[in-house]
Design a protein around this ligand. Structure first.
Ligand code: CP3
Length: 357
C-alpha cells in the first residue's frame, strides 16, 4: 500500500534553508544554488543506476526517483533537490501514448491536431500518480534539511510536444493551431493545465517545498501570443497551488520579451536564461512600478565547458548583477548539458557558497 500522505513539515526543519529564504525575497548569509537537470547524465552514478532501465520506467519507480534525486545533493552540496521525473510523466500517467527517446526527447504516438483529438485527451486520475508520489514521500524522509522542488511542464510546452508529435525548433503546427483554431487551442491548453495542477498539487501534498513551472519553449512566442494564448492557462496552474504556500518558480528559455508577463502569471520567482543579465531582467520586471522580484539564474550552460577563470568571472558577474533583485537563487540559464564534468558543477557550488546571499 502507498505511504500515507503526511503534513509537509513533519520530518523536516527547513527554517535555515538559504534557497527558501531567497525564494521568499530575503537575502540569506550565503547565495543559494541548484542546477536545472542536476539529476541526470552528467553524473556517472546516475548512468550506472539507469543502465538498462528505460527513462519512463525509472520515473515510476519510487526507489529510483529518490536515489537519483539525492545524487546531486550528495555530490555537489546544492541547496535544493529537484524531483527526478519528466514533464511528460503526468501525460503518461493519464494514459497518453508518449515515450522518451534517448537523444531526442518526448515522442507522441498520435499527435493532437484537431478538436476531436483534443476532446479525447484524458483527465489525470491522481491515483495513477501514486508510484511517483511515493518517490516524493521517500525523498522528504531522506533529504534532511535540503528542500525539494517539485515541477510540472506548463500548458504551452506540453501542448507543443503533443501537437508537433515530438521536439520542434519552429513550433509551426502549434502556432498555426493557436491562431487558426483558437477554441481547439484553448480546449487543449485547458486540459493540460488541469493535468499540471493535479501533478503539482500531488507533489506538494506529498512533501515538495517549492514548485517550478517549466515553460521551456515559451520564448518562441511573441508577447501578444503569450498574453492571449498562454498566460491565462499558466496563471490558472500557478493560481491553483497558491493556497499551498510554497514558492512558485516560473522558467522558460529565450523569454526576455515576456518576463513581466511570466511574473504576472503568478510567479514568486522568475527564472531567467543567460541572454538577459539579471540586473536588466530586474529593470524589465519593475518597469511599471512593480516591487523588486526574486530571480533565478543565469549562467550560460555552454560556458561550463570553458576554462575555470572564465567560469569564475561569470559566476561573480552574475552574483553581482543579481543584487538588483529582492532575492537571487543562483542557477544555470537552462539545464546541465549531459557532457558536463561533474567536478565543474561542484566547484561552481563552492564558489557560489563563498558569496553573500
Ligand atoms: O534534474 C532535473 O532537472 C530533474 C529531472 C528533469 C528531467 N526532465 C529528467 C530527464 C526535469 C526537471 C525535466 C523537465 C523537462 N523534460 C523539460 C523542462 C526542462 C527543460 O530542459 O527545459 C523538458 C522540455 C523535458 C522534455 C525532455 N525530456 C527532453 C527535451 C529530454 C532530453 C532528451 C535527450 O535524451 O536528450 C528529456 C529526457 C530526460 N528528462 C532525461 C532526463 C534525465 C534524459 C533521459 C535519459 O537519461 O535517458
Amino acid at each position: 500500500t502507498p505511504a500515507q500522505s503526511r503534513p509537509r513539515t513533519a520530518h523536516r526543519d527547513l527554517a535555515g534553508s538559504p534557497f527558501l529564504a531567497a525564494a521568499r525575497g530575503r537575502r540569506p548569509a550565503r547565495l543559494p544554488v541548484w542546477f536545472m537537470r542536476q539529476a541526470g547524465r552528467s553524473l556517472p552514478e546516475y548512468r550506472a543506476l539507469r543502465e538498462g532501465v528505460p527513462m519512463l520506467q525509472a520515473c515510476f519507480d519510487p526507489e529510483m526517483i529518490a536515489e537519483i534525486t539525492i545524487q546531486p545533493v550528495r555530490r555537489h552540496g546544492v541547496d535544493a533537490a529537484i524531483f527526478f521525473s519528466d514533464i511528460v510523466v503526468p501525460l503518461v500517467a493519464a494514459g497518453i501514448d508518449v515515450d522518451i527517446v534517448p537523444g531526442t526527447g518526448p515522442v507522441v504516438a498520435e499527435p493532437v491536431r484537431d478538436a476531436a483529438a483534443a476532446r479525447r485527451l484524458p483527465e489525470l486520475d491522481p491515483r495513477r500518480l501514486e508510484p511517483v508520489l511515493d518517490g516524493t514521500r521517500l525523498l522528504v524522509e531522506r533529504l534532511g534539511q535540503t528542500p525539494l522542488i517539485g515541477f510540472a511542464g506548463a500548458p504551452f510546452t506540453l501542448a507543443s510536444y503533443l501537437i508537433e508529435g515530438g521536439p520542434s525548433r519552429t513550433f509551426e503546427r502549434t502556432k498555426a493551431l493557436m491562431h487558426s483554431e483558437p477554441e481547439v487551442w484553448h480546449d487543449l491548453a485547458g486540459r493540460l493545465a488541469g493535468i499540471a495542477v493535479t501533478f503539482l498539487r500531488g507533489q506538494v501534498e506529498a512533501g515538495a517545498d517549492a514548485v517550478q513551472l517549466f515553460d521551456s519553449w515559451a520564448g518562441a512566442l511573441t508577447l501578444r501570443e503569450y498574453r492571449e494564448f498562454v498566460l491565462p492557462h499558466s496563471a490558472r496552474v500557478l493560481g491553483a497551488v497558491a493556497d499551498l504556500d510554497v514558492p512558485r518558480i516560473h522558467f522558460g528559455v529565450g523569454t526576455g520579451e515576456i518576463l513581466p508577463a511570466m511574473r504576472e502569471a503568478g510567479a514568486d520567482v522568475v527564472g531567467v536564461d543567460w541572454r538577459v543579465p539579471l540586473d536588466e531582467a530586474v529593470r524589465r520586471l519593475t518597469a511599471h512600478g512593480e516591487p523588486a522580484p526574486v530571480v533565478q539564474g543565469n549562467l550560460d550552460p555552454a560556458l561550463l565547458q570553458a576554462s575555470w577563470p572564465v567560469i569564475e568571472a561569470e559566476v561573480r558577474r552574475i552574483a553581482a548583477e543579481g543584487r538588483a533583485a529582492a532575492g537571487h537563487i543562483f542557477n544555470l540559464g537552462h539545464g546541465v548539458p549531459p557532457g558536463t564534468g561533474p567536478e565543474v558543477l561542484t566547484r561552481v557550488v563552492e564558489l557560489v557558497h563563498s558569496l553573500e546571499g
